[in-house]
Design a protein around this ligand. Structure first.
Ligand code: G
Ligand code: G
Ligand code: MN
Ligand code: NA
Length: 254
């Protein structure tokens, strides 16, 4: 609750910032996208990572406001990059509570319109938890978002409730393989390689692209490439970076 109060003040006082982690398209070898990740410059606490406050924001309901702030910033940034001749798709993490807001789809549509951003430059990263609570309602929202032209991704795939029923029912565009499966790929992780291969095949068979996250070593990348993965992100190429540092990566060939 102390944190909740500090977060509310922090939002007013401009203490939050988005960092962006580049994502590489393995087909073209270029940085075509980046994921927006929230950071909090909390006075007296230094740089605070989302693991330390997103949970509190979800408990207190502040996540709706915080999430809208993130969306606003990310869309405005994507528009600036597009205007500067460096269009990149920007991926925004959406928490289940934010997604459940009645006006969520309208908020997203309004934000895109206000900034004049083509919907194709926005990706929303959702988790399986949004699909579990009220599947009918979620389905309608996902269809409306897809109708707008927004790319929809399922984040942390393989770690939540599974999932295969939902994959069949919901038309999502991308699967993001959780980094726990990528971790062992460079040290002869047979089980992990089998899981990644299966996810890639299933994703492709369902018309989805597959993104690997948490790539920290070159051998992981080579295996992901051999397994047919479509995109990757991870510390091997770049950490989440402040705007001024990420710009140089956009469009770059890796
Ligand atoms: O950046 P970091 O690795 O600390 O992120 C930890 C977790 O916080 C990740 O699961 C990530 O999806 C989540 N996260 C980061 N930024 C946001 C955000 O803007 N909104 C939501 N809902 N989650 C975020
Ligand atoms: O749950 P989500 O996929 O949104 O989490 C993204 C988080 O993963 C961010 O906090 C980011 O800092 C972290 N991350 C990104 N790349 C790597 C990586 O290569 N290794 C590790 N350990 N974490 C990563
Ligand atoms: Mn994510
Ligand atoms: Na993830």
């Amino acid at each position: 609750i102390q944190t909740d109060h500090a977060m509310r003040l922090g939002l007013q006082h401009g203490e939050f910032e988005l960092h962006y982690q580049p994502r590489v398209d393995l087909r073209s070898g270029r940085v075509t996208a980046c994921e927006a990740l929230l950071r909090w410059h909390r006075p007296g606490h230094g740089l605070v990572l989302p693991g330390a406050f997103i949970g509190v924001a979800e408990e207190t309901g502040l996540i709706a406001q915080l999430g809208q702030w993130v969306l606003e910033q990310a869309v405005a940034q994507a528009r600036r990059w597009a205007d500067a001749g460096r269009p990149a798709q920007v991926a925004v993490n959406v928490s289940a509570l934010q997604f459940e807001q009645t006006q969520f789809v309208q908020d997203v549509a309004d934000t895109l319109q206000r900034h004049g951003l083509p919907a194709g430059l926005l990706e929303l990263e959702l988790t399986e938890s949004i699909l579990v609570r009220d599947a009918e309602e979620a389905l309608a929202k996902l269809q409306a978002l897809a109708q707008l032209g927004i790319t929809l991704s399922l984040d942390d795939f393989g770690t939540g409730y599974s999932s295969l029923t939902y994959l069949k029912r919901f038309a999502l565009h991308r699967l993001k393989i959780d980094r726990s499966f990528v971790l062992a790929l460079h040290e002869d992780g047979q089980a992990d390689a089998a899981i990644v291969a299966a996810i890639v095949q299933m994703g492709h068979a369902l018309g989805m692209e597959v993104v690997a996250e948490g790539v920290e070593h070159a051998p992981q990348l080579q295996r992901l490439q051999a397994l047919g993965c479509d995109h990757f992100q991870g510390f091997w190429y770049a950490r989440p970076l402040p705007v001024a540092e990420v710009e140089a990566h956009l469009g770059r060939t890796v």
